[in-house]
Design a protein around this ligand. Sequence first.
Ligand code: FCB
Length: 448
Amino acid sequence: MYSKREEFLWGVATAAYQIEGAWNEDGKDESIWDRFVHTPGNVADGTTGDIACDHYHRMEEDVALLKELGVNAYRFSISWPRVLPQGRGKVNEKGVDFYRRLLDKLKENHIHAVVTLYHWDLPQALQDTGGWKNPESVFAFQEYAHLVFSRFGQDVDLWITHNEPWVVAFVGHYEGRHPPGERDFATALCVSRHLLLSHGHAVKIFRGENLKTPIGIALNLSPIHPFSHDQEDREAAYRFDGYLNRWFLDPLFRGQFPQDMLDWYAQKGFAVLPLQEEESRLISQPIDFLGINYYTRHIIKRGSQSLLESEGVRLSNREYSDTGWEVYPEGLRELIVRLTQDYAPFAIYITENGFAYPDVLEDDGRIRDAKRIVYLSQHLRELTQAMEQGYPVRGYFVWSIMDNFEWNAGFSKRFGLAYVDYHTLRRIPKESFFWYREFCTRKKTIMT
Ligand code: FCB
């Protein structure tokens, strides 16, 4: 069993809704994503994750692909409504069985399992009673976590409670681009508090089960740079940092929301109650690692329109990916340094890093994704340097093993090391797949 001091993890990541498909099979009930994608206009290309990569039926083939890639870790998420169709109560044994078979296959192939409890697919039944804005959701998550720990506790090597709670709270409840599609800032703030509390409860239950493997959380974090040296731009950048990064980091590592943000929101008419002592203790209890999903940085200047009075800037001389995210490899090391200095996590895992590109399957059957290789190698260089400087990084995961359903962008964005032909569902390794295989093999021999 993997322990806190062991082997560096070189892996790839996925999420249930993005790859599994089988959205209403074998007892699985609807999630908020199922509901959202079935509403016209919500997904850019009008597609759904009903079938996605059909991983539910092709799981063995996919584990074989992981084996071929040569990674020693695989990060995936459990679909809550697959194991608890109504969110609470009756367990769907067929759903549990799917993950049991996956875990067994991974073990058979000597691939460490990294499991995310919540990668955004809340059971619709829970949304029907208010979802994450209902304080009851915290207790529902507790029950779900307990079920998953008790069934799979012995076979998972690393646990992640939440994936990117910022996205759940603000993209789902303020920007409305993700389900439940709400556009209310006060709701988003309330949801962020409940997500943090549910994380705390899950960690507490985990410790109570006496499980010895590491547990942590994965946040989407970015360096925030001011557009200019002007005081107003610098203040706007710091505010955006408070919104995106510190709003979750501070409670998790210091037990309180950042005061400057509490003040700012209050001044804008959104008073947030500071965390009470018990809440604070629960949320900031020690975790074994911080997971960082890193894709890009943000350049921010002062703006008058938004609630934050800040505005993102796009530079003409920089490279941007197909999702419009700036390629900024230096940001990875910058983040690792900053997080270690400011929050001193026990360990850091880069739980996601990757590049979207409109890859083309050429006539000779190859996918020449040279830009992705450059992206990955530059980020891995930064990572290696941070490690050489003694920063506590313990693993790295490429998003993703294969192209998949990119949320509200549908199938229009390809992030995979393997290309998925959505007509035949064939997985075809891209050049980056072979490149990463080489890289992992070399690193694994140096670093064990
Ligand atoms: C992250 C998500 C992941 C994937 C990548 C591209 O924000 O965690 O599911 O969509 O972006």
